[in-house]
Design a protein around this ligand. Structure first.
Ligand SMILES: [Zn+2]
Length: 308
């Protein structure tokens, strides 16, 4: 088989690409997502991609709770899907075999096949972006659970009654260690923080203090930003400890914007993980994702290839 199309439909952008058997992207189309028309955004990107070449199958990763194998979006906190029957809508439009997954599941598979998890059969992926997503590879296969909803690590509760999460609950892992959580922590402490690049970069507008802005300040050496990343990394380590106790993985791959903060976020997480597992077991390797923002699209394409 030649080329397969992969799609990564996130809260802010949709990426569609033609991917070969080795996980290499040979052509790509990227657009901002229409927040009120997630499915139409996917169809538009694919239509544009197929103007030059038609693939053998289409694999899609969406940032949502998505049923398997139905490909139906049941809950999407950041994006409205104008047609929740995403799989059926794509199949009807293009007449090709289609598979639709959660985006972090697709990214986990991409990293396992072609990235930081090559050769590993027990792997977890934790994507630390605005939110926290997850994917499970067990026995060398993607683990989807009963309905396709497995791996929603971001919504395990760490603190009952804690900070509000995007899902509506409180104290989720995502509310303590995501990009959004880093932004919240930085805003909360900003008043008392003294001189910091976080204030300078935001122009004094606390609404502009995001996880990405804090990461930028931290990379520039700002002490306050580094303190915030260390605090988030501590919570990340607590969440990872829970996952290690449940899944006993060989490798945990960290993706999303959190991976690009490198050791500033991940080293405190590794320290917390090692501290909590001390005397019981060796901690698994915590590796940065190797495929960057392309993991989802590459994984989605490969899953579609395997399904054909
Ligand atoms: Zn939540």
């Amino acid at each position: 088989m030649s080329l397969v199309a992969g799609v990564d439909s996130g809260g802010t952008k949709v990426l569609a690409a033609l991917v070969d058997e080795e996980g290499r992207i040979v052509d790509r189309v990227e657009h901002p997502t229409d927040p009120r028309a997630g499915t139409a955004s996917i169809l538009r990107a694919l239509g544009e991609l197929f103007e030059k070449e038609s693939p053998a199958a289409i694999g899609v990763g969406v940032a949502a709770w998505v049923g398997w194998p139905s490909g139906r979006v049941v809950f999407a906190p950041n994006l409205f899907y104008d047609d929740p029957e995403v799989k059926e809508a794509i199949r009807r439009r293009f007449g090709l075999p289609v598979s639709v997954e959660n985006d972090a599941n697709a990214a986990a598979w991409g990293e396992c096949r072609f990235g930081a998890g090559v050769g590993v059969s027990e792997m977890l992926m934790v994507t630390v972006g605005t939110g926290i997503g997850g994917g499970i590879v067990s026995g060398g296969k993607l683990y989807r659970g009963r309905n396709g909803y497995a791996g929603e690590f971001g919504h395990m509760t760490l603190i009952e009654g804690g900070p509000r999460c995007a899902c509506g609950e409180r104290g989720c892992f995502e509310a303590m260690a995501s990009g959004a959580a880093i932004g919240r922590m930085a805003r909360e402490g900003l008043h008392a923080a003294g001189s910091t690049a976080v204030r300078e970069l935001s122009g004094g507008d606390s609404e502009r203090v995001t996880g990405a802005l804090v990461a930028e300040a931290a990379e520039g050496g700002d002490a306050y930003a580094r303190l915030i990343l260390r605090r988030a990394g501590h919570w990340l380590g607590i969440g990872l400890t829970n996952l290690v106790n449940i899944f006993d993985p060989e490798v945990i791959v960290i993706g999303g914007g959190g991976a690009s903060s490198g050791g500033l976020l991940l080293d405190p997480a590794r320290e917390e993980l090692a501290r909590r597992l001390e005397g019981r077991r060796e901690p698994p390797r915590v590796a940065e994702a190797a495929l960057g923002n392309d993991a989802g699209v590459i994984g989605a394409a490969d899953l579609a290839r395997l399904a054909v």
